[in-house]
Design a protein. Structure first.
Ligand code: HEC
Length: 112
């Protein structure tokens, strides 16, 4: 009985882990998800796609980076639907990371 419960638990855990696993394109390193071909086509010509995949940002910040490249680095303008697709993909797959630092110690835990 107890073993069956444990087996079920392990099964559920591994199914959940598999659902979270992302498929990575071997050539570019991009997560394969809706919009990834737009990013493959438009974001690897001047620098490696790795510069994209190592970055994390919210949607506005991704847009700001694109605007910066358009203003200063000769990045071309996108059709609105292409830009939406790229921003959806980037903010979905490479979102801003939550702070990884611990909370500061409570006042009463600090040394005098
Ligand atoms: C026309 C050339 C060009 C294209 C195309 C291009 N970039 Fe860039 N990008 C640059 C240059 C130049 C830099 C600065 C490189 C450096 O600092 O080494 C840069 C830097 C970056 C950075 C690092 C910015 C930072 O603040 O650290 C990211 C992220 C980035 N690009 C993402 C993208 C994405 C996403 C796309 C597609 C929408 C894209 N790039 C397409 C030229 C381009």
């Amino acid at each position: 009985m107890r073993l069956a419960g444990l087996t079920l638990l392990l099964l559920v855990a591994s199914v959940e882990a598999a659902a979270e696993e992302k498929v990575i394109d071997a050539q570019t390193g991009l997560v394969i998800a809706p919009g990834w071909q737009d990013v493959r086509a438009h974001c690897g010509g001047c620098h490696s796609h790795a510069l994209v995949t190592q970055q994390r940002a919210d949607r506005d910040t991704w847009l700001a980076m694109i605007r910066w490249m358009q203003a200063t680095q000769n990045l071309w303008q996108f059709q609105p639907e292409t830009e939406q697709s790229i921003l959806d993909y980037l903010s979905e797959q490479y979102p801003a990371r939550r702070g990884q630092r611990r909370q500061p110690l409570a006042e009463d835990l600090l040394p005098p």
